[in-house]
Design a protein around this ligand. Structure first.
Ligand code: ZN
Ligand code: ZN
Length: 156
């Protein structure tokens, strides 16, 4: 991306060039890391100040970085959360099949605790989930063999 201006004035959207004068609001909360507030002129800051009803604020004069400075500086990125697909160690070849924990962990732990007073290590969930998946696959085959599209208790 080749950008020939530094940032845009947040009021009039005019481009603020590199190595040029620009203005910031003296109110600390206005200039956020993820939403920086800069103005091309005192007038634009004035618009901002009156919209936000700033009581005692002033504009501060700054100097924008040169293009070289700007390019070498770490950019502020808006991080968009990726939709994480569960790509953990899967024995399944089809990635569309969810490989999540199929066990209600809290209930499992409660059961083991109540029946034996033992604790449950967290990797038990994975192991049990694998067993459940395996048994489900088997039950599906059984239902298929029966010509059904519903897996029933008797398939297990
Ligand atoms: Zn402006
Ligand atoms: Zn402000």
């Amino acid at each position: 991306m080749d950008q020939n201006y530094w940032r845009k004035c947040i009021v009039c959207k005019k481009e603020i060039n590199f190595s040029t004068k620009y203005y910031k609001c003296s109110v600390g909360g206005c200039d956020k890391k993820r939403a920086p507030a800069q103005f091309c002129s005192v007038d634009c800051w004035g618009v901002h100040s009156s919209t936000l009803n700033h009581k005692s604020a002033w504009s501060e004069e700054y100097h924008s970085p040169s293009k070289a400075e700007w390019e070498s500086a770490p950019k502020v990125r808006i991080i968009t959360p990726k939709t994480t697909t569960s790509e953990t160690s899967s024995s399944l070849s089809n990635s569309d099949i969810p490989n999540d924990v199929l066990v209600v962990v809290s209930k499992l732990k409660a059961y083991i605790k109540a029946s034996s007073d033992m604790n449950t290590s967290s990797d038990v969930n994975d192991a049990l989930s694998d067993i459940i998946r395996r048994e489900c696959d088997r039950a599906v085959e059984s239902a298929k063999a029966d010509g059904r599209r519903t897996v029933m208790a008797r398939d297990f």
